[in-house]
Design a protein around this ligand. Sequence first.
Ligand code: F0G
Length: 405
Amino acid sequence: MAEHRVVCWDCGSNVEDPYVNTCPKCGGLLSVKMDLEPVKEMRPQDLRKEPIGVWRYAPFMPADPAQRVSIQEGGTPLYKTDRLAADVGIARLHVKFEGLNPTGSFKDRGMTIGVSHAKELGAKIVGCASTGNTSASLAAYAAKADMKCAVFLPSGKVAAGKLAQALFYGAKVLSVDGNFDDALNLAIKMADERKLYLLNSINPYRPEGQKSVLFEIIDQLDYEVPDRIILPVGNAGNISAVHKALQELEEVGWINKVPMLTGIQAEGAAPIAKAFRLESKDFVPEENPETVATAIRIGNPVSGRKALRAIYDTGGFSATVTDEEIISAQRLLGKTEGVCVEPASAASVAGLKKLLSLGIIERDEKVVCICTGNGLKDPDTIIKNSSSPIPCRNSVEDAERILSL
Ligand code: F0G
């Protein structure tokens, strides 16, 4: 396994206790410091002996590949989306479709590393709070690892497919009276009392697996670094993980420029975009976040400060999109590219459209939008925003009438 240690992201001190989620000295956020000296002896092509997926990048991961808990996560397509590009008015656009992971979202990348680490520690019960996807993913990996799993979900605010997945994989599902931020506080309290091993992205190991989405994008583009990567931001773990991956690729000398990381939030749940507008390094939590994109309905993102640093360090941007813009981008992806994403995922494309129209994104930039989750997780929203099925008698005449043939 690659050498590594856990450090405090704020004060830099080493953290020895594997069960804490914040720095015992200063209360800061944790991070994994990888020893990348062995990677400096390698070339990117050396990794291609392994199939594309999270574990191709094992030299960047703090887990033992021989002991992995895996259901073949990652290796998702990077579509060249020419029809979508023409529609929004940009020369070159790719979409990284994370909805094709085993449980239908990018969360599987983090969970393979997080649950492998939990197993190594001998954890018996793992848990998380979730807007839906994290819980679906953790439940699946816990099943694979033969661990008990408890998930804390905001009552009534989780898309049907995601709830079904957590129940299906055998997790204990606690429907918490409150929003995601309340559910996360409860899960953290349970972890602090050592009743469960927490696998939200405040855990420093899980985001390590999420770095792999960036490694794959760069690999799939043959190390031609795009100008910009756009992604939705909720609890802010993913954009922070992508930033860390970029820093590591720079450290080993495999890239010599970084894309501008651009984080998109829903207008009703936008503490990061608001902080960016104020040029602040910290954010003000929002009490009552609300959006159709329930996956990113989050007011107090645990990795919010890391996200802001990711945006500032890469010369990126943060903006909000309305629920209408999200739904319209979701439909556009389906109509032009045959790609079905959930509303939160469409926020990246909605953000691209908006920032192009504002002149913040140039029309000749090479852009990658990360679409984080599968549209089938939230069929209710799709059905609500689509036309109804047309009743048809069992006759050719009636079919012809309806189809105006
Ligand atoms: N897109 C989807 C589909 C998500 O499920 C999430 C987060 C995000 C984007 C935002 O990623 O939190 O790393 O900034 N979902 C979490 C969950 C909160 O519980 O499933 P982030």
